[in-house]
Design a protein around this ligand. Structure first.
Ligand SMILES: [Zn+2]
Length: 265
């Protein structure tokens, strides 16, 4: 877990809500690093905090070659800015693989254009067999576009990812932007060892109660924890935890911290 916060981090620089002011909030923005062999690593999303997140993670240290890095590529689940601004901070890479849906790829055309001048950028589709022993499957879970892409078409805007270790069969599902727990999503998580769920909001009306700003959790594309816990309880063999925690969410039960390890075997 490189970062466990929703967009803005916690504390958020301009927020004076109770959670941000109490001094205990210390979360950088949502990003996870995954590996099947401990040598080749992929980032799930690349947020604005990506440079400091990589630097404080020993597994992601560069070397032994002068410009060698264990970070092979980035798996994008949305085109939202809190998941994609970090791509520009990876421009020093000799080569960078980015995996995304057609809709996300189109929305990020300006970023692709800029980044392509700095690194050997390889843009790829999912599902795919990744290096290092992982298979990557994808499910569209939402159609909410980023505000900057409101006029674009496309359907596959928000994805859940399932990574399976080809050697052991163990698997991890990442779904930190989950608008609803559909039958398709229920089948997607079935049998997984670990699932990282949408922990943006604890309850449907949390944002308005904490900050006075309008907007229910569902209207913003996030199933509240109070609802997803009911569904998760039907999968007793799977460990469910929560990431992408908004700075207004005071929950601690099953909530991951920055730096946590989510081992599946
Ligand atoms: Zn706050």
């Amino acid at each position: 877990m490189l970062g466990s916060a929703a967009g803005g981090g916690a504390p958020q620089w301009n927020c004076a809500c109770a959670v941000c002011l109490d001094g205990r909030a210390d979360r950088t923005q949502d990003t996870v690093a995954v590996s099947g062999d401990g040598t080749v690593w992929y980032l799930i999303n690349a947020g604005p905090d990506i440079r400091s997140q990589i630097l404080r993670t020993p597994d992601l240290a560069p070397g032994p070659g002068l410009r060698q890095t264990p970070v092979r590529g980035v798996l994008l689940t949305t085109a939202e800015l809190d998941h994609t601004l970090g791509l520009l901070s990876l421009r020093e890479a000799v080569r960078l693989e980015v995996y995304a849906t057609a809709a996300v790829t189109e929305a990020l055309a300006p970023v692709r254009s800029m980044l392509g001048h700095y690194t050997d950028l390889r843009w790829r589709a999912m599902p795919v067999r990744l290096d290092g022993g992982l298979d990557l499957d994808r499910l569209t879970v939402g159609r909410k576009r980023p505000r900057y892409a409101a006029d674009l078409d496309g359907a596959d805007w928000v994805s859940a990812l399932r990574l399976t270790d080809r050697r052991t069969g163990s698997s991890f599902v990442y779904a930190t932007c989950l608008p609803a727990w559909t039958a398709e999503f229920d089948a997607f998580v079935a049998g997984a060892d670990q699932v990282l769920l949408d922990g943006t909001f604890a309850t449907e009306d949390e944002l308005t109660r904490a900050t006075g700003r309008p907007g229910s959790a569902s209207s913003m594309g996030h199933l509240p924890m109070a609802s997803s816990r009911v569904h998760a309880a039907r999968h007793p063999g799977t460990r469910f935890r929560y990431g992408h925690v908004n700075n207004t969410n005071p929950s601690t039960a099953d909530v991951v911290a920055d730096g946590s390890e989510l081992l599946t075997s």
